[in-house]
Design a protein around this ligand. Structure first.
Ligand code: PMP
Length: 431
């Protein structure tokens, strides 16, 4: 049986990315994936920001292979292990302490959703209240608690029961420019007639990467933090997709100078694509009883090893951070140039660091571009409720020449897609 046929025959209908990128991948290195026919695909998706340091980074691979070859422990539940302790030391010394954070590290389970679930539990248990404020177009995961604070109607419908105990508020920019949606939230919380129960916490992303690459301004984020303090609510920052350097700093909220009570991190934490998630908890909210939030896979030793090495390699000084910021600026300028080049597409460009996006007025354009890009050897995803946003998320370690190669493919695909959809006058590539 052909390999793809096996997947189509034996795997659940729920599979999704295989439908967008219909080939059988076999190998990967740096910013490229290779399928079983040896066709190379440039990766502008990076496993939804899991592969910020590229595929199979040689230094991380070496650390992993050495660890495995030495018969070091692979699974240990949450028993003490050398790998676990050394990860905690490195994470504390190189990530938390230099940023003035003294959060405790909880390993809630291997996925981002696990980290969100435990953050919600901690908030509710700490404050003794049920309600959580979440924002329009938020994405926090697929388990019932994390889904209840996620916006997407299609995903929510999959729950099969009412998703309750949270209220939705407008994210920054949702009601147009010049409308501070935090003022609205403040008004609602001040008003005993608003119908909104006193929340335990607010959960937010700084950039809604799944929800359409919607950016919260630093002012909005600071205002939100002030409001949380004023109304005695915990501030949860879900940094699962925008964290681990994606925006140019390790945490995406550093520029805004936030001090969140709870932080969720996952995706690129292990640096190698191994599942690892953490919920960072201010000590005063670390109110768990031992074992109260349990789970089999709460800290995978090989993932600790690669995570520690990734932090040492990339976060021991500022060099990588500056590199990401410079690369992000380059991508941003190139996208703005594209938007100017094709005024008929009415494109808007937005993003921070190496999470950049282009939204087209014509709803089908982004999806058509992404489909064509795959045919031209580029893996790129769409975002937003109508999938009208083309999201660029290459590995942070990508070479400049590959950035430009990917941007050229996008350019070519915009021309082809506009032609197919009958948008604007036909033109040739490079014009
Ligand atoms: N929060 C955010 C911001 C995410 O982007 C994601 C995953 N796309 C999650 C939570 C859920 O993570 P996981 O898929 O690992 O459960």
């Amino acid at each position: 049986m052909q390999l793809m046929e096996a997947i189509e025959r034996y795997e659940s209908e729920v599979r999704s990315y295989v439908r967008s990128f219909p080939t059988v991948f076999e190998k990967a290195k740096g910013s490229y994936l290779y399928d079983i026919n040896g066709t190379a695909y440039l990766d502008f998706f990076a496993g939804a920001s899991v592969l910020n340091y590229g595929h199979n980074h040689p230094e991380l691979k070496k650390a992993l292979i050495d660890y495995l070859a030495g018969d070091n422990i692979t699974h240990s539940l949450d028993m003490a292990s050398r790998a676990r302790a050394e990860f905690l030391i490195t994470f504390h010394e190189k990530i938390l302490e230099p940023r003035g954070l003294n959060h405790r590290v909880q390993f809630p389970g291997p996925t981002g959703s696990n980290a969100v679930e435990s953050a919600l539990k901690i908030a509710r248990k700490s404050k003794g209240r049920e309600n959580i404020i979440a924002f329009t177009n938020a994405f926090h995961g697929m388990t019932l608690g994390s889904l209840s604070v996620t916006g997407n109607a299609f995903k929510r419908a999959g729950a099969g029961l009412p998703l309750t105990h949270s209220d939705r508020m407008p994210f920054d920019g949702y009601l147009g420019e010049g409308f501070d949606t935090i003022d609205y939230l403040d008004r609602v919380l001040d008003d005993s007639g608003s119908g909104v129960d006193q929340p335990a916490a607010v959960i937010t992303e700084t950039i809604q990467a799944e929800g359409g690459v919607n950016i919260a301004s630093t002012e909005w984020l600071r205002h939100l933090q002030q409001l949380c303090r004023k109304h005695d609510m915990l501030l949860i920052v879900d940094d699962i997709q925008a964290g681990c350097g994606r925006t140019g700093t390790f945490f995406s909220f550093e520029e805004a100078g936030l001090d969140p009570d709870l932080i969720t991190i996952s995706k690129s934490l292990s640096g190698y694509g191994l599942p690892l998630a953490v919920t960072l908890v201010k000590p005063q909210y670390d109110i768990w009883e031992p074992g109260e939030h349990n789970g089999t896979f709460r800290g995978h030793n090989p993932a600790f090893v690669t995570a520690k090495r990734a932090i040492e390699l990339f976060w021991s000084d500022q060099a990588f951070s500056h590199e990401v910021t410079a690369k992000g600026r380059h991508v941003r300028e190139a996208l703005e140039k594209l938007a100017r080049k094709y005024p008929e597409a009415s494109a808007k460009v937005r993003g921070r660091g190496m999470l950049q996006a282009i939204e087209f007025a014509h709803k089908e354009l982004a999806g058509t571009v992404a489909k064509k890009a795959f045919k031209h050897g580029l893996i790129i995803e769409t975002a937003g409720p109508a999938d009208a946003v083309l999201k660029l998320m290459p590995p942070l370690t990508i070479e400049q020449a590959d950035v430009d190669k990917g941007l050229q493919i996008i350019d070519r695909c915009i021309i082809e897609a506009m032609h197919d959809l009958g948008i604007g006058a036909p033109r040739a590539a490079g014009q």
